[in-house]
Design a protein around this ligand. Structure first.
Ligand SMILES: [Ca+2]
Ligand SMILES: [Ca+2]
Ligand SMILES: [Ca+2]
Length: 255
């Protein structure tokens, strides 16, 4: 069900103004070396500061995934074995390339006081590293955290080994999230069943209901601080007024 088309490269190639921001913005900012014809003659420093660096250079330290299950099992007293959104992995893409996943040791989980469900899948580290969630018919599931009405904060680490969502270890350098980046959130849904054609194809047994639970993704400018955070829209959805929570595995984009 997932279609991870990457559109950043088109964004960075559509106008000279955007090019200024997508290209060198530090040492060679807007000068003769940045390769844009107008820079040398139009006093570009001021323009870049106002239109490029400030507006396009926003970075975020972490993301937070808030459980937004539309029909929360914990409210209806039907806890099940995996209450709320089931987060397996997060992947950070820049210019269409996977550069990082959840960095081991950075995930933290805040429970919800509203939930009365027992949640055995409450280990935040299961959302770190590569996609590896499995749903079994009889054995206990592995590799994902069920949010049970709570929230999960996580930072990204570069791929020290691996290049795909299924093998990138996230053990490299802490990686900030930038404007234009896209993030794949892998929530255990029917894309985990055989035949889905996704990276999670076959990770769930044939009879799995694999409900697509709802959640919101925010980016935070400082770890553990919600002030200044932004709710991330779905990739390809330019309408900032749209609902910003999703069901199942989804790609979101940093504005
Ligand atoms: Ca669930
Ligand atoms: Ca996992
Ligand atoms: Ca689910």
């Amino acid at each position: 069900m997932l279609n991870f088309n990457r559109i950043l490269m088109t964004v960075c190639a559509t106008s000279s103004m955007v090019l200024a921001a997508c290209g060198a913005t530090t040492a060679a900012d807007g000068d003769a070396t940045d390769g844009t014809g107008s820079d040398a003659t139009t006093g570009d420093t001021a323009a870049d500061t106002a239109m490029g660096d400030m507006s396009m250079g926003t970075t975020y330290k972490s993301i937070v995934i808030w459980d937004k299950s539309a029909d929360p099992s914990f409210i209806n007293g039907k806890c099940g074995s995996s209450p709320g959104a089931d987060i397996d992995a997060v992947g950070l893409y820049r210019a269409g390339k996977l550069i990082a996943v959840g960095k081991p040791g950075t995930a933290s989980y805040v429970t919800s006081a509203a939930s009365t469900c027992a949640d055995t899948k409450n280990i935040p580290s299961t959302a770190e590293g590569p996609l590896n969630g499995h749903v079994y018919a009889s054995n206990p599931d592995t590799g994902y955290i069920s949010l049970n009405g709570g929230s999960l904060e996580i930072q990204f680490g570069a791929c020290a080994t691996g290049t795909k969502i299924t093998d990138c270890d996230g053990a490299g350098a802490l990686t900030e999230v930038m404007s234009g980046d896209e993030i794949d959130v892998w929530e255990v849904d029917t894309s985990y069943k055989a035949g889905s054609g996704t990276a999670a194809d076959g990770n769930a047994y044939d009879g799995c209901v694999c409900y697509a639970d709802e959640y919101e993704v925010d980016a935070r400018p400082a770890v553990g601080v919600d002030t200044g955070s932004v709710a991330l829209p779905k990739a390809g959805d330019g309408n900032s007024a749209d609902k910003k929570w999703y069901a199942g595995s989804t790609t979101v984009k940093i504005p």
